[in-house]
Design a protein around this ligand. Structure first.
Ligand SMILES: [Zn+2]
Length: 129
């Protein structure tokens, strides 16, 4: 492989979301609009619910494509969470995932989002103490 091909084999970000078919078009449209420089996609039931798996996928994205940003997207009415999937629960899980990720990869820029079924992306922010 040439050096040029190797150099171009990188991207800006990885986008982690639920596999739910209802979200895919919204997420694709949002990501293409908001992420310049390409992105990997991880789609797994529950989004960050299976954190060890998600961390492993992000680690691969870092190693293979030298990403600098991570977008973690959980969503409203997620079947993997069932009746436990309140906004507060998703918020909590996203923040736990962010902390775990920040410990492992301190340089990554991490964005947390909660996607409503109406297509609205709600930003989740860490409370500063
Ligand atoms: Zn889901």
């Amino acid at each position: 492989m040439s050096k040029i091909a190797h150099k171009s084999h990188t991207c800006q970000a990885v986008v982690v979301s639920c596999m739910d078919f209802r979200l895919q078009e919204m997420i694709s449209r949002w990501a293409v609009k908001n992420i310049k420089g390409g992105f990997d996609r991880v789609a797994v039931a529950g989004g960050v619910k299976n954190l060890p798996f998600v961390l492993g996928q992000i680690e691969l994205s870092v190693k293979l494509h030298q990403i600098s940003s991570v977008y973690l997207i959980n969503h409203e009415d997620c079947g993997a969470y069932g009746s436990k999937g309140t906004f507060e629960k998703h918020r909590e899980d996203l923040l736990v995932a962010k902390n775990a990720l920040a410990r492992k990869f301190p340089k990554l820029k991490i964005t947390l989002l909660y996607l409503k079924l109406n297509g609205e992306f709600v930003g989740i922010y860490t409370k500063q103490t």
